[in-house]
Ligand binder design. Structure first.
Ligand code: GRF
Length: 203
């Protein structure tokens, strides 16, 4: 399976996907990386792994729709089966989301449906939650609202602040994103009206 990864920053999730792909347990290859930021460290990670990458700066486009159309063109040039959002900090237009529906995944640093949007770690602390975590989900037109594929959680400790919580959740992200991608690539995920089903023979 051909995978395109979209990033905006450090790309540690991209790195985990690269590592798993090189080990052969992703059931897919990362064929392209696209960043909307020229200084994203993830671009260096792609280069180090000899994965073709490019920068598409949203600031050079007149509108979100124009940017998304250009993004679609570049993504499609890689002929992907799956598009993976890994810290891609742009809200995507309805047209974009529809184009890749069922083939577009995101990782979000909260236990969805709690804390859609930004500042999830601080919001979980402020709410006095006992636990926090991350979710991999298919992307739909509703922001952070699509069918959930897998979640991982960690208890919130007395001494936690936003940074410590973020670090712990990040390590969980690195565990569940490759799993979700490998399930997709091996054809084991099915979206039903009740959510995502994982076919058996896998656990
Ligand atoms: C992660 O926390 C992810 O949940 C969020 O953006 C961050 C990306 O981190 N969507 P990285 O660039 O993969 O290190």
């Amino acid at each position: 399976q051909r995978i395109v990864v979209l990033i905006s920053g450090s790309g540690s999730n991209l790195q985990t996907l690269i590592d798993h792909s090189q080990k052969g347990d992703l059931h897919g290859n990362i064929v392209g990386v696209i960043s909307n930021k020229a200084d994203a460290f993830g671009l260096v990670r792609a280069q180090n792994a000899s994965i073709p990458s490019l920068v598409l700066d949203h600031k050079t486009f007149a509108s979100r729709e124009d940017f998304d159309l250009a993004l679609i063109e570049h993504i499609d040039s890689f002929k992907p089966d799956l598009v993976v959002l890994a810290g891609f900090m742009r809200i995507l237009s309805a047209e974009f989301v529809r184009r890749y529906q069922g083939h577009l995944m995101n990782i979000h640093p909260s236990l969805l449906p709690r804390y859609k949007g930004l500042n999830t770690h601080q919001r979980a602390l402020d709410a006095g939650d006992a636990e926090h975590g991350c979710s991999v989900h298919f992307v739909t037109e509703e922001l952070d609202g699509g069918p959930i594929i897998i979640q991982a959680k960690t208890p919130i400790l007395m001494e936690d602040d936003s940074a410590s919580l973020q670090a712990r959740v990040h390590t969980l992200e690195h565990k569940i994103y490759p799993l979700a991608v490998s399930w997709f690539c091996s054809g084991r995920l099915r979206v039903t009206d009740d959510g995502v089903m994982l076919d058996d023979n896998c656990l």
